[in-house]
Structure formats: C-alpha cells, structure tokens
Design a protein around this ligand. Sequence first.
Ligand code: FES
Ligand code: FES
Length: 161
Amino acid sequence: MSVPISITINGKIYESEVDSRLLLVQYLRETLRLTGTHVGCDTSSCGACTIIVDGKAIKSCTMLAAQAHGATIITIEGLANNGALHPLQESFKEEHGLQCGFCTPGMIMTALQLLEDNPQPSEAEIRHGLEGNYCRCTGYHNIVKAIYHASRKMGKEVVHG
Ligand code: FES
Ligand code: FES
C-alpha cells in the first residue's frame, strides 16, 4: 500500500507517495539520494543512520518514512551553512575524529543532540552519549576529543543546523 507523505528535510519540503513499509533511511538514501545518512547494520545497533527528527536524534532505520509524515528532519547534508562547515564538522576534521568516515555522519548527528541537551559535557558524558554509535576504526578517543573541542568552541550557542 502506498501512502502520501510530506516531510521537511534540511529546510526543504519533500512530498512523495511511498510504500507504507519503506524505512525512513531508505527514503532518504534511495528516494531522495541523501546518501550522507549511512546504513551499517540490520539490527538497529550501529547508529550510522542517526538523524534529527523533530529535535531528537533517532536511528532512521528504526522508523518508517510514513511515520515521519509532517516531521522536520535534519540530516548531515543540512549542517553546513552556505558552504561553511558546522563547528562539529570542523572539530572532527581538526581532531582527526574519523578514519574511513563511515560512522561519522551518525556520530555528528548524535553529538548535535548531545550538545543540545548538555552544551558543556565532560569527556565521560560524551562517551556515555555515544553508546549507541559504533566506530570500527578510531578507538573513539579522537571522536570524543572532537566533540569536546566543538562544545568548547560553540559555547552555549548550540543550535541545530
Ligand atoms: S543502520 Fe541504523 S542502527 Fe545501524
Ligand atoms: S571512522 Fe571508520 S567506522 Fe568510524
């Protein structure tokens, strides 16, 4: 069965007819070609697919596109502003918070939520906040450093997008 949906993604409204069983992550990647959101597992455990839906970080492989009807979404593609990287993106670059980069979009979207909830987290709080995101390359240390660095750079002015 197909259903009509309308979703605001990175400030733009997308209207589509989708199969009622289509996952949100598939809609983003395969229908809209927003391929910055990754798929790293089929068990809802890796966090590579994390996006912001109505202000909350969610794993987009755990939600149907139809359930996102009417929602406002931010994906990794929506973070840079007129070509200027978001401070989190800058910090991942500066602190070498990535190697292969596969986990990075999900890490950054999770970190965005983390800093929204807690603008000046400790290293331990950052590690706790990343429990739902896996990285196979970095050993997490530089990811934590990058988020810590971004939080101090951003001060209290943490905003989505
Ligand atoms: S692809 Fe969603 S948690 Fe792994
Ligand atoms: S940088 Fe390769 S999985 Fe994290």
